[in-house]
Design a protein around this ligand. Structure first.
Ligand code: COA
Length: 188
């Protein structure tokens, strides 16, 4: 477990990389994931969802989480404010040698009641700092179109590098683009 310091613009936000994935933390993440989904967040579900519905997907996500000793592991970054879990993301490994120089960010989410306070930007800044410390060439993520998220990721330095039209069907007749973003970490 590696505690680290928040971006200076957001006092009181504490990040932990590789927290011990206890039953309590798993339950906190499932609750956060459910709340974010029910608030309309694009983290794999369409509202309404229950924790029971989110749980199997969360269990799959947790299954690959490990620490620095396992180079193929996914890594978990959490943010707490006043002890409360307020933000989460996973660094996902492709588990493929030819793609080991970058990671996919998954399930980037901030507690709905805490959104708009700069936590999301601070979480991404911390992810970038960690990725640079690992020597990664870049961070990739995918975004559901039609949510206005492009502006948020653009402001965090990510560039749109691809778009599959209508690849995400959120409901009958409601298909959204699957947009790929990339944060370049190589110099020059
Ligand atoms: C995206 C998310 C992580 C941003 O976290 P946050 O703490 O709200 O972000 P910040 O406070 O740092 O930045 C807020 C800015 O992003 C914008 N923003 C955030 N989410 C947005 C959304 N879904 N649509 C439009 N704008 C959004 C806000 O309008 C705000 O911009 P402004 O400062 O110009 O008003 C958070 O909104 C979230 O968890 N969303 C639901 C889950 C989700 O969709 N995740 C993305 C998966 S790819």
């Amino acid at each position: 477990m590696t505690p680290s310091t928040a971006a200076p613009t957001v006092p009181g936000l504490d990040f932990t990389l590789d927290p011990e994935l206890t039953d309590r933390l798993r339950a906190e993440i499932v609750t956060l994931w459910t709340d974010v989904s029910n608030a309309g967040g694009s983290v794999g579900f369409v509202p309404p969802v229950t924790e029971q519905r989110v749980l199997p997907t969360a269990v799959q996500q947790f299954a690959h989480v490990g620490g620095p000793a396992d180079p193929d592991a996914d890594r978990l970054l959490i943010a707490r404010a006043g002890g409360e879990l307020v933000g989460v993301l996973f660094f996902e490994s492709m588990r493929f040698d030819l793609m080991d120089h970058w990671r996919l960010l998954k399930r980037v989410m901030v507690c709905p009641t805490m959104q708009g306070r700069g936590y999301g930007a601070a979480l991404l800044a911390e992810a970038e700092r960690i990725a640079r410390s690992w020597g990664l060439a870049g961070l990739r993520l995918t975004v559901r179109g039609g949510m206005g998220l492009e502006r948020f990721y653009g402001r965090c330095g990510y560039q749109e590098v691809g778009r599959v039209p209508g690849a995400i069907r959120v409901g009958p007749g409601d298909e959204r683009d699957d947009i790929t973003f990339w944060l370049e970490l190589r110099e020059g």
